[in-house]
Each structure stands twice: as structure tokens, then as C-alpha cells.
Write a protein that binds this ligand. Structure first.
Ligand code: 5AD
Length: 429
């Protein structure tokens, strides 16, 4: 099983390549010089990852061909059937969105305040319809390796904050490379996020070693390593890293200062913008449900993520964690996160929206519900199981007790049950 379906190159320009997936055309960035029309390629995150032999591609496509049409039909049914009329106050907003109009902050607040179950269902369904229209039934499945839980920061919400009394671990560069290569060759992951606390033990030389090896192995690498000098990020880009996962955590600078001591909100936002300018794909977002947060703050979070031209929206609920100053707070309700997913789809119809592990942890059903409320992307944890327990940014994380194999099987089953297929997630032509 693979996490990207091969596509056939049907057009080439200086920088972009057009790839056909069963009649749907996607535009992707091509950094290789040896690609020609008629080649079969894998793409992820909008990037051409590698070329694969025609014979191999045809075999994989044979499996998908029949399956793909069935899945597409199923997805279409979920997206287009059963839309009922919402309450009067929502009609002008939702019909404007359906016609491609832009939602404003006041309308976003109205949606955030919605409580009636029937209205919520219409909101989620509308978002799912827009997702279907923009992305077809494509789903993106990335892997994540959590390679160190050492952290120099002391964020109030986080279970691996520097004050936390937990057992710390670090993987060596070689261990990270080996894990990534296995995730790629044995399990088929084309894109991997490498995440850690802010751990300066990984200096320039170590990070470059890892990034270069993954580039050589044709893995699309996202780094999630926090605040580092721009010059280092530039070298890592040159070495082959192509994405950054860095949340701004909250658009409210006062809450940020309170909950992330020693880190400056404006510097963080500036860094994300500069990383985008360096050419990185940006995955960013926030924590929903922080104490003291208002609906206005949530609407500001949506605006900020969009203004950062995020390729991937990554936001999840705060899970109050033992041993942190937030241990006695409660997590936000699942409905809030589903509303935020739908709203993100309204704010930015082309968005790639990740279902976070935190949302899965909050509620077992939420993963499927999120995919049916506008989300289109998933992450599978490929960190060795013994270490996952130690990477406890919050406790009892979903997926912690599933082997990679079990997790892949469960993910494929879920995707198939709602008609999604793992093609690439670049925009439709
Ligand atoms: N609950 C949910 N998410 C958390 N994170 C950190 N602590 C928690 C928590 N208690 C998130 C932060 C960080 C990401 C790696 O994990 O948003 O950016």
C-alpha cells in the first residue's frame, strides 16, 4: 500500500509539471531535469518526489483504477447528498460561501456561536462540499518522527516543557535517518515531518546530515524544530528540506506572552514569514481552547494562518496535561474544533487541513467527523512505540498504542469508508 498514487506526466513547463490522476489534473513543482511527458511520478505536498518505472506504476494503478472510481463516487455522495436548510440567520452566510464568496470575521463569529445540531450539520456538510470541489477525493497522509523530547522552552501547556519531570530521550542522526528510510521503503511514506522539542544538541552539522540523507532517499522533509537562526534554515533548505511545521500557537500576543515565556510572538510570526520567503512549504496553526481565549481570538487565528499563506493548516485542541500549570483546565469541546475546520475551509477553500492527533485524542470519532467537515489530511506516527510514550506533549495520545502497520491499516480503512484516496494534494489545475 502506498501513500501517494502514481500519476502520469501530461505537461511540462519551466517549473511546473501537470500530472494526471485518473482524469484529474494536478499542477506540481518539479525540481528534476530528467522528467518527460509520459513518465510516471509520485508527488506529495505539491512537489514531484520521484519517477517510478512505468511497469511498476501500471501495476499500482491497476489496483487503484477500479477502486478509485468507486471511492470517488462515495466521496461525492458524502459531499453532495443530504444538504438540508439551516436556520434563517445562517442562510445568507452559507449561500454566499457556496457561491465562492469570502467569509468575514463577523460571519465567522456567527458560525462559532452556532450550537444547534442541525445547523452544525449543514455547516460541516457545506465545508465538505467545498473540500470535494477543490480537492476531489485526494487525501494526504504524512508520517511524523518525534526524534527528541528535550526542550529549552517552558510553555505552560506542554508536557515536555523544560520544567517537566519526565524521562528525556534523543535519537542520533543515524537513528533518525534509519527510521525515515524504513518509513519510506517499508511503509511507503513519501513525506515525513521530523519533530522535536527545541533541542540545540542537534547542531547545524547533525541537522544537515539528516536532511541530506533524506533528500538522497527522495523523502519530502518537513522540519518541526522551532526557533533557529534563519541562516541555518537557509542551509537546511539548500540541503533539501522543503517544509516547516511551526505553529504560532495563538494570534493573541498577550496570551502568547503569558503561555510561552521567553518567546516573542512577533519574532515567531516574522520567522514563519521569512521561512515562507526562503521557499519552504509552511504548515502552521494554533492551539484552540487556551484559557482566556475568546471567539475573536479564534477568528484572528484563522485570519493569521491564512495570511501566513500556509500550505497546511495544523491546529488542534489544548489537552490539559499533568505536570503542567494547565493540568486542571478542561479541553475544548469537539464541536469547536469541527467548527474551526469548517471555517478554515470557508476562509481558504484551497487549504490543506490536517486532522491532528490532539483532536483524535479528544474524541475517537472526531477523525472521521473532521474529514467530513472540511479536513483532507492525516498524519501517522512512525516514531518507535517505546519513545512515543515519552513524547508526551500531552497524555494518552491517540495512536500511541498502534504499531505503524496497524495504524496504516486503520487509516486506509477509514479513508476508504468515506471515499478518499491518497493522491497528491497539490491544487487541481
Ligand atoms: N495539548 C495539545 N497540543 C499541545 N501542544 C503542546 N502541548 C499541547 C497540549 N497540552 C502542541 C503545540 C505545539 C505542537 C508540537 O504540540 O501547539 O506547537
Amino acid at each position: 500500500m502506498c501513500y501517494a498514487i502514481p500519476g502520469e506526466v501530461i505537461g511540462l513547463s519551466a517549473k511546473n509539471t501537470l500530472v494526471n490522476y485518473f482524469g484529474e489534473t494536478k499542477k506540481i513543482i518539479n525540481e528534476f531535469t530528467n522528467i518527460k511527458v509520459g513518465d510516471f511520478v509520485y508527488a506529495q505536498g505539491g512537489y514531484l518526489i520521484n519517477k517510478i518505472p512505468k511497469k511498476e506504476a501500471k501495476e499500482i494503478l491497476k489496483f487503484w483504477e477500479k477502486n478509485f472510481q468507486v471511492l470517488r463516487k462515495l466521496d461525492q455522495n458524502f459531499a453532495l447528498i443530504g444538504l438540508v436548510k439551516p436556520s434563517e440567520r445562517l442562510i445568507p452566510i452559507l449561500s454566499k460561501i457556496e457561491k465562492g464568496g469570502k467569509i468575514n470575521s463577523i460571519e465567522a463569529l456567527k458560525i462559532l456561536r452556532t450550537k444547534k445540531q442541525a445547523d452544525l450539520e449543514v455547516i460541516f456538510k457545506t465545508a465538505n462540499k467545498i473540500r470535494y470541489e477543490k480537492h476531489g477525493n485526494a487525501a494526504c497522509v504524512h508520517g511524523i518522527i518525534e526524534f527528541s523530547n528535550h526542550c529549552r522552552n517552558n510553555c505552560k501547556y506542554c508536557g515536555i516543557r523544560s520544567d517537566a519531570e519526565i524521562e528525556r530521550y534523543r535519537l542520533t542522526p543515524q537513528e533518525i535517518i534509519d527510521l525515515a528510510k524504513t518509513a519510506n521503503s517499508k511503509y511507503g511514506f513519501k513525506a515525513l515531518v521530523l519533530q522535536s522539542g527545541e533541542d540545540l544538541w542537534y547542531d547545524e552539522a547533525k541537522l544537515l546530515t539528516v536532511v541530506k540523507a533524506l533528500r538522497k532517499a527522495k523523502i519530502l522533509t518537513f522540519l518541526s524544530i522551532g526557533n533557529r537562526p534563519l541562516a541555518l534554515y537557509q542551509k537546511l533548505y539548500q540541503a533539501g528540506a522543503r517544509g516547516i511545521l511551526m505553529r504560532f500557537e495563538t494570534a493573541n500576543s498577550c496570551l502568547f506572552a503569558k503561555y510561552k515565556p521567553g518567546v516573542n510572538f512577533f519574532d515567531r510570526v516574522k520567522l514563519i514569514k521569512k521561512l515562507k520567503r526562503l521557499g519552504y512549504l509552511i504548515a502552521t496553526g494554533y492551539l484552540a481552547g487556551l484559557p482566556g481565549e475568546s471567539n475573536q481570538d479564534l477568528a484572528a487565528n484563522l485570519e493569521l494562518t491564512r495570511s501566513l499563506k500556509s500550505t497546511m493548516y495544523s491546529f488542534g485542541p489544548l489537552i490539559p496535561t499533568q505536570g503542567t500549570p494547565f493540568e486542571r483546565f478542561s479541553a475544548p469541546p469537539k464541536e469547536l474544533l469541527l467548527k474551526l475546520i469548517a471555517l478554515t475551509r470557508f476562509f481558504d477553500p484551497d487549504a490543506n487541513i490536517l486532522v491532528t492527533t490532539a483532536l483524535e485524542t479528544l474524541n475517537k470519532e472526531a477523525k472521521k467527523e473532521a474529514l467530513l467537515a472540511g479536513a483532507n489530511s492525516l498524519m501517522i506516527n512512525v516514531t518507535p512505540m517505546a519513545l512515543r510514550q515519552k513524547y508526551n506533549i500531552y497524555q494518552n495520545r491517540a495512536q500511541n498504542d498502534l504499531s505503524i502497520k496497524e495504524n496504516i491499516a486503520a487509516t486506509i480503512k477509514l479513508l476508504q469508508s468515506i471515499g478518499r484516496a491518497p493522491t497528491d494534494l497539490s491544487t487541481n489545475k
